[in-house]
Design a protein around this ligand. Sequence first.
Ligand code: MG
Length: 261
Amino acid sequence: MTQKQPTLLALDFDGVICDGLLEYFETAWRAYCRIWLAGDKTPPEGLAEIFYRLRPVVETGWEMPCVLRSILQGMPEAEILRNWSAICLDLVQTEGLVPVEVEQVVDRVRDEWITLDLAGWLSLHRFYPGVTLQLQRIITEGIELFIVTTKEDRFVQQLLAQAGVNLSASRIFGKSVRQPKAQTLRQLQQSAAASEPLIWFVEDRLKTLQTIAPQVDLQNVELFLADWGYNTAGDRAVAQQDERIHLLTLEQFTQPPEQWS
Ligand SMILES: [Mg+2]
């Protein structure tokens, strides 16, 4: 890696800064109950733990209750991990599911929950150890910090504020932005304070980084896969072999950026 330190650090939120697994499961289970059980029930013991391990296969929210459906229909965990897109497609067909409708159920469950109990909802998000301190340090050192996420902007801002990290809304590119992360990085490149910005981007989803990697005008952006987030051993092995992508541990991430490589 040629760059020693970034002038601008762009970070994904879920799976890099914040662990939202408890919230994901609870939302997925509530949606599952609406679709398949007609009423709220207590989840079977051990289901949450299996779901946590399978979280990396989920690309879009509507797949969350479908993962639970597969588990509860007896599909082996290893099989879901290896072959989720085919299993999910099969499930959609055999159950006659309409992904857009499942997505609406998931969104509605979450919206109702947030309306009824915002504090409870926020409390199911946990920051990874050492991360908020590191964010404060980065801000103090004058590195431009941006959050690039698909989570709702105001919740990101609220969660960070609760942890003592005050970031203005203009620093958060969240759900409202509705554009690929590559586009946001391009935008940051153009509007950065430094004349020749050195942008580093940390993300936990391998596919997102793989989409950005070949883009010619983003060749100067250093890409990091957060190995503590929602990715599989297979994803991490691929990242390790990829010239464009650096595999990053949480321990490295909480050190000064010049020590990341
Ligand atoms: Mg993420």
